[in-house]
Design a protein around this ligand. Structure first.
Ligand SMILES: [Zn+2]
Length: 162
């Protein structure tokens, strides 16, 4: 073990992995949101967890393998639009937050039609708490800066566009 192996944990309270998302995946989601406006657009992101088992210290000095919560990075790579996600006004029976266990679908995405609403509604919080995982919400006009990411408790999470 290297002498400098002591983990640097920027935020000990952190309960979700470091979140990274491919720019194209996020742009696809924002495009979908624009196309569906003023209806909600709902989708999922496919991704994978990046465990660093090599013991090397990662960029930024955070050794992922030794983070307090032991969770690997999450890299979201691709937008998935569920075929049953119609987005019409009666579609509330479909929850975009249901992320099946052991699938490659790691995060949800949905849009809010009004500006400055990139945060979970009460209903969103209810479903997010039930599903766990990571949830993106974008609001009109669906620019990069109109996107926010939350954990299952509705707490904002930083994410990196890669
Ligand atoms: Zn919502």
């Amino acid at each position: 073990m290297p002498a400098n192996a002591a983990p640097i944990v920027a935020n000990p309270e952190k309960s979700v992995p470091a979140i990274k998302i491919k720019k194209n995946a996020l742009l696809s989601a924002l495009e979908g949101a624009k196309n569906m406006h003023p209806d909600e657009f709902i989708a999922l992101f496919r991704g994978n967890e990046q465990s660093d088992t090599s013991g090397k210290t990662k960029k930024g000095g955070i050794d992922i393998s030794q983070k307090k919560d032991g969770k690997p990075d999450l890299l979201l790579t691709e937008l998935i639009i569920p075929p049953f996600a119609t987005g019409d006004e009666d579609s509330s029976s479909y929850s975009p937050y249901f992320i099946p266990a052991n699938s490659s679908e790691k995060a949800s995405f949905h849009s809010h039609p009004d500006p400055d609403t990139a945060y979970p509604s009460d209903e969103d919080l209810y479903y997010m708490a039930r599903s766990g995982g990571v949830h993106f919400i974008a609001c009109w006009p669906f620019r990069m800066q109109d996107v926010a990411c939350f954990d299952a408790a509705g707490k904002p999470q930083p994410f990196a566009i890669v």
